[in-house]
Design a binder for this molecule. Structure first.
Ligand code: SF4
Length: 899
């Protein structure tokens, strides 16, 4: 464009409607320039440059146009607007100061002359205060459309439009509702794009955004790994912005990443170590006021006691009487230290974390079939795909920024297939939106492969040269013609055929899945089928192809890589493998246990049976996150000794003997690894409150006092050791990560990193087909329990709600629990939308509000699991997938009554 040409030549042209990253539209006209020989002034941001053109950016005509446009735009702009007041960066006011009339063109003037024109008539509902995160002032809007393009083209949420005519034109949300009552998902992209005070982030901490200190970090919520910049004043975070060059987000954020930061400053933060009072017995049902169970202690007293009692249990009952739950919210460095303490310090492999509850079955299947548990291609490569299958995943709520790239690809022509038991937001953008019955994934996927084979759409060349076990797969899927599949899944046979053809005929197919696939007793079989589908169609090893289990927590990939799982050391080196064990024994200087440890749910059962007697829980809240909460409560109450390290006094911490106050993500420096295998450096923006300490430092103290000395002077020193024992990241250093995020494998310094895996072969050599037969879920509806319960997350909340429910915006948008139920089912029960319902399974009962919804099929209900007051996991089934040991969170039978 002319604008780019002028800028490349070192010239300056003012812009308002133009913004890098948005398509140019040329609506504001302040970028006009004079092109020699042209009849009228040209808008530089949209007009294409041509060779030999002579362009003048500072002529009397250009100056007059800019000044007059400034006057028109400023006529109804209250000065200073909210943006100018809060952050001093209203682009219109800056423009007017520089280019407004009577100010001397090109020179900044402190006092701009008032515009000559009368304001437009006051728009109806000019100030819109309805949203908890953004203030709207239609009077300050200059109709530059930046918010519309941010909402439509970048986030693809399609909420903001232009409404009205002529002088009454204004931006509207949906069909002209207040923002807070619209379908806005509060990603904040519009406020980040707005140049004026029309859409402005609220000052959530009461402080304005002027003169802030900026620190680059990584979002603490989901596995997308958006890079952010914390803006702080003193020790207070006042705002979060997306980092434009963050490779996973390109500046985009979702409501959690942008507005969910204030939990770190919540008054409930733990600020001193706590010790359980002697007169506070542990019973499964704790009092509501958990704080009263504890007394304050010094760090020395708490650490000494915490470590001494764990050592006494180890000495009395052996190392396998101890277990540790680490956290996918902690850094790689902290995960590494934690598992090292358990393995090398205590002498057991009983260490696990919430990966067991999200993608353990996916990883089991991936390791078995292609020899690697991570994704084979990065999310953003969906732009190279011509077909994407998203199954059992709800990325618009759980991985919202990843979803933006999928939605953008769909707009550009990607064939998007979305398959789920519940109607998800992504289905709005899908070519094929398929709703099927819970627990029938294997049948559906076998049906797709049946169609692909029957219609000659398999990549037999790939099958012949890169796989084994094809005959057994072909034999199995032959038994799943679409008509049979329709009977099992409820999906019409024609739809099965259409989807099978779409996958089979596409050049590049990416497969994304989430916990709708993994959290089943057949989770490993479900994932095996997806892998077989990719192998059968040759869809691995090129950009825009491959397998992508969307990882949940911000660092679940990194925590797993760092060895926070019971059967493998860091970098997935099996504890049973003598050579691997010898390497770690040499590195850590102690003999190591050759037996894989217990997994999360097995540890709970062992605690209930008295086989596990002491536990150290770092940043996890099994009380709410694990299935069958009543059993978990009894297990936690039964423990002889429980140490909990966290930032809040969680439900789990209520059972602790010692509570150690740790640090929130914004308070720590270290590395996180996102769902793409991308390692990113996050930096501390503020200090932990009170006496709270960074978690890496607490783990070291616990190790030293246990009698296993650890000497590290910084997270960087820990990272060096982690890289030294992990071939996949051997080429990484903090210096490099300070400059760039790197996707592993990165086996040596200077290696560029690897986004696409397995272009030639698999770690197992050939990919292995492992056929699976469909089996129903462990618990299906019957006469007493007529409904199928599905559980999951909400856009606004994260996991057990420890952080998000203490964030003002997130809590305001989703303050209380509900059960989503089909309107006809609600009528059958004799209840109305919004009334309280009692939901009962074979394991417990909860009471919560009814939400009549078309998203769930009749006979099915959905409950988000974030709410302690109606914990969905009271109901869920702790039956395990035999391979991944993941519980069946996604299917159990429940009874529903009016409460
Ligand atoms: Fe954070 Fe995930 Fe949202 Fe990105 S998509 S801002 S990583 S929660």
């Amino acid at each position: 464009t002319l604008l780019e040409a002028v800028q490349a030549a070192g010239g300056t042209v003012p812009v308002l409607c133009h913004r890098p990253g948005l398509d140019p539209v040329g609506v504001c006209r302040v970028c006009v320039v004079e092109v020699e020989g042209a009849r009228v002034l040209a808008p530089a941001c949209v007009q294409k440059a041509q060779a030999g053109q002579v362009v003048r950016t500072d002529t009397p005509a250009v100056r007059t146009a800019r000044a007059t446009l400034g006057e028109l735009l400023m006529a109804d702009h209250e000065t200073p607007c909210a943006r100018e007041r809060l952050s001093g960066d209203c682009e219109l006011e800056a423009y007017y100061r520089r280019y407004g009339p009577r100010n001397g063109h090109g020179a900044a003037a402190a006092e701009p002359a008032p515009p000559r024109f009368a304001p437009r008539p006051e728009p109806p509902r000019r100030l819109d205060d309805s949203a908890p995160m953004i203030m709207v002032d239609h009077g300050a809007c200059i109709l530059c459309d930046r918010c519309i393009r941010a909402c439509d083209d970048v986030q693809v949420n399609l909420v903001i439009h232009r409404g009205g005519k002529g002088g009454r034109t204004r931006i509207v949300f949906d069909d002209d509702r207040p923002m807070g009552a619209s379908s806005c998902v509060a990603c904040g992209e519009c406020a980040a794009a707005c140049p004026t005070g029309a859409l402005v982030d609220r000052p959530l901490t009461g402080l304005d955004f002027r003169g802030t200190t900026k620190t680059d970090a990584v979002c603490p919520y989901c596995g997308v790994g958006c890079q952010i910049t914390y803006e702080t004043k003193g020790n207070t975070i006042v705002r979060v912005q997306g980092k434009a060059d963050g490779p996973a987000n390109l500046g985009r954020l979702c409501v959690k990443g942008r507005y969910g930061f204030d939990y770190a400053q919540h008054p409930d933060r733990l600020t001193v170590p706590l010790i359980r009072r002697e007169d506070a017995p542990k019973t499964p049902d704790l009092p509501a006021d958990r704080r009263s169970l504890f007394r304050e202690a010094t760090w020395d007293e708490a650490l000494d006691l915490a470590a001494r009692r764990l050592r006494e249990i180890r000495d009395a009952y052996g190392p396998s009487a101890l277990a540790g739950f680490g956290s996918a919210k902690c850094t790689n460095e902290e995960a590494y230290l934690f598992q090292k303490l358990v393995r090398a310090g205590w002498g057991t492999n009983n260490v696990d974390h919430c990966t067991r509850l999200c993608h353990a079955s996916s990883v089991a299947a991936l390791l078995e079939t292609i020899g690697s548990g991570a994704v084979t291609d990065i999310v953003r490569d969906v732009e190279h795909a011509d077909c994407a299958l998203v199954i059992g995943a709800n990325p618009t709520e759980n991985h919202p920024v990843a979803a933006t790239f999928i939605k953008q690809a769909a707009r550009r022509g990607l064939t998007l297939i979305v398959v789920d038991v519940r109607r998800t937001g992504l289905m709005r953008h899908a070519t094929h939106a398929v709703q099927f019955r819970s627990g029938t994934d294997v049948a559906f996927l076998n049906g797709l492969m049946h169609v692909i084979l029957e219609e000659g759409l398999a990549d037999l060349d790939f099958v012949r040269t890169r796989t084994t076990g094809f005959e057994a797969l072909a034999e199995t899927v032959r038994r799943y013609p679409p008509e049979v599949v329709a009977g099992i899944t409820g999906v019409p046979a024609e739809t099965v055929r259409a989807v099978g053809r779409a996958v089979g005929r596409a050049k590049n197919v990416m497969i994304f899945w989430g916990m709708g696939i993994s959290q089943h007793t057949t989770g490993t079989d479900n994932a095996r089928c997806l892998i077989s589908l990719a192998l059968l169609t040759g869809q691995v090893g090129r950009p825009g192809t491959g397998l992508h289990p969307l990882r949940g927590q911000n660092n679940v990939q990194g925590a797993s890589d760092a060895g926070l799982i019971p059967m493998v050391f860091p970098d997935y080196q099996p504890v049973k493998d003598a050579a691997a064990r010898a390497r770690f024994e040499a590195a850590w200087g102690v003999a190591l246990d050759p037996t894989p440890g217990l997994t999360v749910v097995e540890i709970t059962s062992a605690a209930l049976e008295g086989r596990i007697r002491g536990m150290y829980v770092l940043g996890e809240n099994p009380f709410l996150s694990d299935p069958n909460v009543n059993k978990v409560k009894r297990a936690l109450a039964r423990l002889d000794w429980l140490v909990v390290q966290d930032i809040f006094l969680t439900e789990t911490a209520g059972y602790a003997d010692v509570v150690l106050p740790g640090a929130a993500a914004a308070e720590k420096t270290g590395t996180f690894t996102n769902t793409d295998r991308r390692v990113q450096l996050t930096r501390a923006a503020v200090a932990p409150p009170g006496e709270a300490r960074p978690d890496w430092a607490i783990i070291i103290e616990m190790a030293n006092r246990f009698g296993f000395p650890m000497r590290y002077d910084s997270p960087e020193a820990v990272f060096r050791e982690l890289c030294a024992v992990s071939p996949s990241i051997a080429g990484l250093t903090y210096d490099r990560l300070a400059r760039e995020a790197v996707t592993y494998p990165v086996p040596e310094p200077g290696h560029p990193g690897t986004t696409v895996l397995f272009d030639r072969d698999f770690p197992t050599g050939r990919g292995r087909f492992v056929p699976a037969e469909w089996e129903p879920a462990r618990e299906t509806p019957d006469a007493d329990f007529r409904f199928v319960l599905n559980t999951g997350r909400l856009l606004e909340h994260w996991h057990t709600g420890t952080m998000t429910r203490r964030s003002r915006v997130l809590d305001a948008r989703e303050p209380s629990p509900w059960v989503e139920i089909a309107a006809e089912d609600l009528a059958r029960i004799g209840a109305r939308d919004g009334e309280m319902l009692r939901v009962t399974s074979r394991r417990g009962t909860i009471t919560l509000r009814a939400e009549a919804s078309g998203r769930v099929a009749p006979g099915s209900v959905f409950i988000p699991f974030h709410f302690h007051e109606a914990a969905a996991n009271v109901l869920t089934n702790d039956a395990l997938d035999p391979f991944g040991k993941i519980p069946e969170f996604k299917v159990c039978a429940v009874r529903i009554e009016k409460a």
